[in-house]
Design a protein around this ligand. Structure first.
Ligand SMILES: C[S@@+](CC[C@H](N)C(=O)[O-])C[C@H]1O[C@@H](n2cnc3c(N)ncnc32)[C@H](O)[C@@H]1O
Length: 214
């Protein structure tokens, strides 16, 4: 479908609703009964379309790439559980900050061709610490995909990450949280009510939950 840009006088919300309308991202799936789990890439591509069409400049990702990205066997969307989202954000040209507590992600990004993307920086530190000390330009897109489902206080930590990021979010911005298909165990379960009370509108639900404001 045609990508609408700021020049079309579309708000981010309108552009996002149009972008995701062409998908079936309106239902929250039980991952055990669907293929959502293994195909996050359609969500990531739509998010990238919006980053580009809305001329978003600053992307922050909590939870970096832990398995290498390969263009395997000619498949554009090879089946895999992690999204390798950093590779997608890198294609947009936006300034990307990707944060992870585990320094192993440095080698993984290198193996994925990271040296070709000088506008991408990895930060090896706690995601909450990064967000509480961030002093760069307003964040246009925030991707929350850290603390794994089932790890201690993972839902609370994603809420904390959102709360810390708030002061640095651009007025018009987008937030996505991975693993929404785990339904009540999703990473964003505690974040969603806060997003609603802060004026965000949900534009996609499924493997990834996508919210916009403005
Ligand atoms: C689900 S993986 C991220 C996957 C990646 N976003 C992708 O699309 O392929 C979660 C990552 O969060 C990282 N993580 C765990 N605790 C963290 C913390 N306190 N701060 C930052 N990252 C953390 C883990 O090391 C792991 O690499």
């Amino acid at each position: 479908m045609p990508v609408l840009s700021k020049e079309d006088n579309m708000s981010l919300l309108q552009a996002a609703q149009l972008e995701f309308m062409s998908h079936r991202f309106t239902v929250r799936y039980d991952w055990s009964n669907s293929e959502e789990r293994t195909y996050p890439h359609a969500y990531l591509e739509s998010i990238c379309n919006l980053i580009k069409s809305q001329n978003m400049k600053t992307v922050v990702e909590i939870g970096s790439i832990r398995f290498p990205y390969y263009e395997t066997d000619g498949l554009r969307h090879p089946k895999r559980e992690d999204g390798q989202a950093l590779w997608y954000w890198a294609q947009t040209g936006a300034r990307v900050h990707s944060v992870d507590i585990n320094e192993g992600v440095l080698g993984v990004w290198k193996e994925s061709g990271g040296e070709n993307y000088p506008h991408v920086s990895q930060h090896i530190m706690d995601g909450l610490e990064f967000l509480s000390t961030y002093s760069g330009p307003p964040i246009d897109f925030l991707y929350l995909d850290g603390w794994d489902v089932g790890s201690p206080e993972y839902q609370k930590r994603h809420l904390d990450a959102y709360e810390l990021a708030q002061v640095n979010l651009a007025d018009s911005c987008m937030i996505a949280i991975d693993d929404d298909d785990f339904v009540s165990e999703s990473k964003g379960e505690l974040v969603y009510p806060r997003l609603i009370s802060n004026g965000f509108v949900n534009v996609a639900k499924g493997r990834v939950s996508v919210w916009v404001r403005g």
